[in-house]
Design a protein around this ligand. Structure first.
Ligand SMILES: Cc1cc2nc3c(=O)[nH]c(=O)nc-3n(C[C@H](O)[C@H](O)[C@H](O)COP(=O)(O)O)c2cc1C
Length: 191
């Protein structure tokens, strides 16, 4: 178990723009997904849905959603800018969309269901990184796009995208980023 602690203390995301699109083997992907859905979830409501976007689906969604939706909100965008958007999912080998899909419940608040979706994202990220993959949790603009919400099985009126977990190959080790000052974010109450 010490290995888990040692890993979590140094774990680092590799940005989608610096990862390489390659191959995630099926056993690894299954492990990542199993870890992703094994999260705290008050009442075992499973208020989320995961969509694995891989192979040609990465480009299809780029063509059918990312490029046209970007163009419609940015009518003056250049062809290069639109192509950049079209290829966003191609940065990774696999992209897992995590949808917060709350259910109606008499006691468990919506907030707790949404938090559980965040736990799914974090577990996917940790699992992928622990297997040596480059991985990053991104929302970017298209997480807030209704067509994208529908594409991954959601209803824009009630559901939200918690994030897309990009998984690819690690080409080089990422440099450390600024981390919180412990004293500023952790307080102890002793009595
Ligand atoms: C909900 C959520 C959404 C995020 N969306 C973006 C994003 O759209 N663009 C971005 O550059 N980083 C985004 N990030 C930040 C990165 O994924 C990540 O937190 C950062 O690179 C450092 O991660 P690390 O502590 O795993 O190294 C997001 C993080 C979270 C929690």
């Amino acid at each position: 178990m010490k290995d888990v602690i040692n890993f979590l203390k140094v774990r680092r995301s590799v940005t989608a723009k610096s990862m390489a699109s390659g191959y995630v083997n099926d056993d690894d992907l299954n492990s990542i997904l199993s870890c992703g859905i094994r999260v705290p979830d008050h009442g075992a409501l499973t208020p989320w849905l995961l969509t694995v976007i891989r192979d040609e689906a990465r480009y299809r969604i780029g063509n059918e959603i990312l490029a046209p939706e970007f163009k419609s909100s940015n009518p003056k965008a250049s062809k290069e800018e639109i192509d950049y958007e079209r290829n966003r999912f191609m940065r990774a080998s696999v992209v897992i969309g995590v949808l917060s899909k709350p259910v109606s419940h008499p006691k468990i608040p919506l907030w707790e269901m949404e938090l559980s979706s965040g736990a799914v994202c974090e577990n996917l990220l940790i699992a992928a990184q622990s297997l040596g993959y480059a991985a990053q949790w991104l929302t970017e603009w298209y997480s807030y796009n209704k067509t994208m919400i529908r594409e991954i099985g959601g209803d824009p009126k009630t559901d939200k995208i918690a994030g897309f977990i990009y998984i690819g190959n690690k080409e080089k080790l990422p440099i450390e980023r600024r981390r919180p000052v412990r004293e500023k974010v952790i307080k102890f109450l002793n009595k």
